[in-house]
Ligand binder design. Structure first.
Ligand code: SF4
Length: 419
């Protein structure tokens, strides 16, 4: 979501006469688009601002802005923490950037107003890729998972109108984009009147010229049969679900306010795989949530083995001030959190390797992305199910589909040969 917002901000600034510099050292203005979801991410921003303070001292005209969720969370206090910051803009205030950049202010300017009507319609993002595009379909979230800062930094959920989304996608397809990823904090809950996310997916996949349609992030409580049908029945929709489970323990899931239990999650996985046998399944898993016992953690490890995810983003719980979980008194000590995380990573690595090896000997179509930085004779791409493949074919071009036979696995990447 942040990468997509950065593309939006670049487009907005370019249209306002602020083109992108070659690199940050030669820029006049440096903007940091920030994440607040874990403390570690915020610490890195503070460290980067230390470097920018030195850069700024070299010329009086240089400006530094902090954008996104950390800006929203800390507001003007960020300027007190790091005096090099000239302006602080939350996720709903990006349209004010040209005005803030051109202004001359003695104190840091903070715009952290929530604007529930803001969907950034009419701005053309400046995208990194020439063939694959993120398209934001909703912003914000009202789920209030007890550990999560997002509802407080990005505000309530609002959905972009279908006509607006589809017209952007048609324009992208007309300009040669082949892959679209529909984005939302909770993409499954998108609605426009009678139209739900399953309908939007079918309509997107029907746009002429598109080869692949993806979406993220899905919430298990909103993943419907209609959506699984739309995925299975629409060839352009990739058989890939990123479905955060967070924990394998019902007690912890309830405390996290996730609104589903282990049984429900496993049932979705069963139904999805029944319809799409080669479904790619990835997830987010958190360990060390307040009150998590060894037995709760054991249930998470067991779920990892039971589901056999293709990959997982794994985290140790990071307390976020202002969230419900921050008030829970039974915190898990840090050394235990980290030990559990190391165990989880080890277990998931083994599962990932096992599921990757099952691909050896299969034929898969990949969409080529870029040359491999490690092996000049190979290009990197992904299967429809989202797995990374390094394909031996020096003549490939980004956005081109290549059918290949999977010959082996290196690290977590599949090795392919064009057929
Ligand atoms: S669904 Fe939960 S974890 Fe995801 S953004 Fe919303 S509150 Fe955060």
């Amino acid at each position: 979501m942040n990468k997509s917002d950065s593309e939006l901000i670049r487009g907005l600034l370019d249209e306002s006469g602020y083109p992108l510099a070659e690199n940050w050292e030669s820029a006049d203005v440096v903007l940091l688009n920030t994440c607040s979801v874990r403390e570690h991410a915020e610490r890195r921003v503070l460290g980067r601002l230390g470097v920018l303070a030195g850069w700024k001292r070299l010329s009086p005209n240089r400006r530094v802005g902090v954008l996104g969720c950390m800006a929203q969370r800390l507001g003007a206090s960020l300027g007190e923490l790091r005096p090099c910051v000239d302006f602080i803009v939350g996720p709903d205030g990006y349209r004010r950037l040209p005005e803030l950049i051109s202004g001359r202010m003695s104190a840091p300017a903070a715009d952290t107003a929530f604007r529930p009507e803001e969907l950034y319609g009419g701005i053309r993002p400046m995208r990194d890729s020439g063939f694959s595009a993120w398209v934001t379909i909703s912003r914000g979230c009202v789920n209030f998972c007890s550990y999560c800062i997002v509802p407080y930094t990005r505000g309530p959920e609002r959905c972009r109108p279908a006509a607006d989304i589809l017209s952007e996608i048609e324009s992208l397809a007309g300009r040669g984009f082949r892959e679209i990823t529909l984005l939302g904090q909770n993409v499954n809950s998108w609605r426009d009147g009678e139209m739900d996310f399953a309908d939007l997916l079918r309509r997107t996949a029907a746009v002429n010229g598109l080869l692949r349609v993806r979406f993220m992030t899905s919430h298990p409580k909103d993943l419907t049969e209609r959506l699984l049908d739309a995925m299975a029945e629409t060839p352009a929709v990739c058989p890939h679900l990123h479905l955060p489970v967070q924990s394998g323990s019902d007690r912890i899931l309830e405390r996290m306010n996730r609104k589903y239990d282990r049984r429900h999650y496993l049932e979705i996985v069963r139904r999805a795989r029944e319809r799409m046998p080669h479904l790619g399944l990835t997830t987010d898993v958190m360990v060390g949530f307040p009150g998590e016992t060894e037995s709760d953690f054991g249930m998470t490890l067991d779920l990892i083995e039971t589901v056999r995810f293709d990959d997982a983003y794994t985290y140790a719980y990071s307390p976020r001030s202002g969230t419900a979980a921050d008030g829970f008194e039974d915190a898990v000590p840090e050394d235990i959190r980290l030990r559990r995380l190391a165990l989880l990573i080890e277990r998931q690595r083994a599962v990932t390797l096992l599921t990757r090896k099952e691909w050896v000997g299969r034929t898969a179509e990949i969409l080529v992305e870029r040359p491999s930085p490690r092996d000049p004779g190979r290009w990197l791409g992904r299967t429809a199910s989202g797995l990374p493949v390094a394909v031996r074919n020096a003549g490939a071009v980004p956005g081109q589909p290549v059918t290949c036979r999977i010959e082996g696995v290196a690290g977590m990447t599949l090795l392919g040969r064009p057929v």
